[in-house]
Ligand binder design. Structure first.
Ligand code: MG
Length: 161
């Protein structure tokens, strides 16, 4: 078994859609970035890559590459899943924390988890999403950004049933 950690933060701005965990969430602002800026999926990608010691999201999908401009991060996760599986790993479980002062994410946690599980081809019970505010503190508390942490456990296929 191998464990990996991922973290990401993106700035909240007007005029962008808010995409978290591959789900569009109704809000007056969205996250700014080269891709769709889905901080949750970016953290998951880095956790999975980290567990497999396969680098990071910036190495695989450079934000200087016009190919990835506006790309749905769901697509990047599908590619990472294929890559990691091709190296002989499968995913045990993923746990995620989303830090957002607003909007309230309580009613989207299950959908985000189910969507990430679907993208990875694993059972919904293998993915957990937790959401917290930042108690009004710092850039997240001031509603200027949304951040996410993820940990992933991978298992080597040869050892698994
Ligand atoms: Mg990012």
């Amino acid at each position: 078994m191998r464990i990996g950690i991922g973290y990401d933060i993106h700035r909240l701005v007007k005029g962008r859609r808010l995409i978290l965990g591959g789900i569009e969430i109704p809000h007056k602002k969205g996250l700014l970035g080269h891709s769709d800026a889905d901080a949750v999926i970016h953290a998951v990608i880095d956790a999975v890559l980290g567990a497999a010691a396969l680098g990071d999201i910036g190495g695989l999908f450079p934000d200087t590459d016009p190919k990835y401009k506006g790309i749905a991060s769901s697509k990047l996760l599908l590619r990472v899943n294929k890559f990691v599986r091709s190296k002989g790993y499968h995913i045990g479980n993923i746990d995620i924390i989303v830090l957002a002062q607003e909007p309230k994410l309580t009613m989207f946690k299950k959908r985000m988890a189910a969507n990430i599980a679907r993208l990875l081809g694993i059972a919904p019970a293998q993915v957990n999403v937790k959401a917290k505010t930042n108690e009004g503190l710092g850039v997240i508390g001031k509603k200027e950004a949304i951040a996410a942490y993820a940990v992933a456990l991978l298992e080597e296929k040869s050892l698994a049933r």
